[in-house]
Design a protein around this ligand. Sequence first.
Ligand SMILES: [Zn+2]
Length: 135
Amino acid sequence: MNVPRHWREQVRRYRLLGSKCCDCEEISFPYRLVCPKCRSRKCEDYALIGKGKILSFTDINSPPQEHKYNMPYAVALIGLVEGPIITAQITDARAEELEIGMDVEMVTRKIMEYNEDGIICYGYKFRPIVKYAHP
Ligand SMILES: [Zn+2]
């Protein structure tokens, strides 16, 4: 991703900002100018709460160069509570600790150590929601 695009899109990636159709109320992520369900062009910003469930996941052992610092890591298909399904890196847990249906939450983390422009990119990742056991 080039620098101008990174800066343009970083707010949406940090805040998980999608869109909501003003006609049929379909929620989309990433943001859509045109509703994918009813084709309406009346869409407004909609901040997703950043919680969902793991629908599927895989362990990445041969990542692209810019993600090598992070390996091994898991990538999951996450069904957000508002409906959209997204693909995201999992952080703070190894693939062997993950389960289908596990509750996850969004956190902001370093996405790429460096790319061809020499910048470090931050964005969303997801981690299992920690459930503390009370003694
Ligand atoms: Zn719509």
